[in-house]
Design a binder for this molecule. Structure first.
Ligand SMILES: Nc1ncnc2c1ncn2[C@@H]1O[C@H](COP(=O)(O)OP(=O)(O)O)[C@@H](O)[C@H]1O
Ligand SMILES: [Mg+2]
Length: 228
């Protein structure tokens, strides 16, 4: 099986000179879920922002489902890789939940009937169809996260990248999110500090340390090996 995400020698320095990624090699197989663990500042978010081209590597290569990430195919890459931000408020901006979820398919140029159909389907997948007419900012943190995920699912991505999805969720919200994510067939990259949450969804984790992947192993082994 060829990997659905293949990253080789990825390096990235921010404009102020911070070397956030110092040579990352990473692979994800279709349908697989891998957890990204590691201390604050170790480069996890910077890595995630590269996977759909929001940041462009200083050097190294990224291929998504065999398609190399380049300026000329950014649009196609972004459709394949759905990035769910840590703070849903950065993702939700339309007056109603339905419009928010329909936004990306509409922006992609499909007709409004088809876009709305995709949005309803995605809202049903995340259990939020009954909130379609609500303003996103009136939802709870857990509901916002579901709507943000629906907005990504409406684009029918092959890979989901979730950056600290449990941050603002209470324990029931976290359990519900784990159930939702395990019901989704996409390959997933799950950035989290929440080890039990990671263990519910992934068998394998990579451990980020100062811009490098220090280890890839089962979650219990990683947790035993690194005290962070
Ligand atoms: N916009 C930025 N400008 C400069 N440095 C940044 C920026 N964002 C993150 N960094 C730095 O890059 C490194 C990696 O950060 P980040 O990817 O956010 O780590 P993590 O998500 O693992 O907490 C840190 O040293 C952080 O301070
Ligand atoms: Mg981060």
């Amino acid at each position: 099986m060829s990997p659905i995400v293949q990253v080789r020698g990825l390096r990235y320095a921010y404009e102020d000179g911070t070397e956030a990624l110092k040579g990352i090699d990473f692979e994800l197989q279709p349908g697989e879920t891998v957890a990204l663990l590691g201390a604050n500042g170790s480069g996890k978010t910077t890595f995630a922002l590269h996977l759909n081209g929001l940041l462009r590597a200083t050097s190294g290569t990224i291929a998504i489902d065999g398609l190399e990430l380049r300026e000329s195919n950014l649009k196609e890459i972004r459709r394949r890789v759905g990035l769910v931000f840590q703070d849903s408020d950065n993702q939700l901006f339309m007056p109603t939940v339905l419009e928010d979820v329909a936004f990306a398919p509409l922006a992609a140029g499909i007709n409004s009937t088809a876009a709305l159909a995709k949005a309803w389907l995605a809202l049903e997948q995340v259990g939020m169809a009954h909130k379609a007419g609500k303003a996103p900012w009136h939802l709870s943190a857990g509901e916002k996260k579901r709507v943000a995920i629906a907005g990504i699912l409406a684009e029918e991505p092959k890979i989901l990248v979730l950056d600290e999805p449990t941050t603002f969720l209470d324990p029931p919200g976290q359990r519900g999110l784990a159930e939702l994510l395990s019901s989704l067939p996409q390959a997933k990259i799950l950035i989290t500090h929440d080890v039990p949450f990671a263990a519910r969804l992934a068998e394998v984790a990579v451990f980020f340390q100062e811009g490098r992947i220090a280890a890839k192993d089962t979650i219990p082994t990683i947790v035993r090996q690194f005290d962070w």
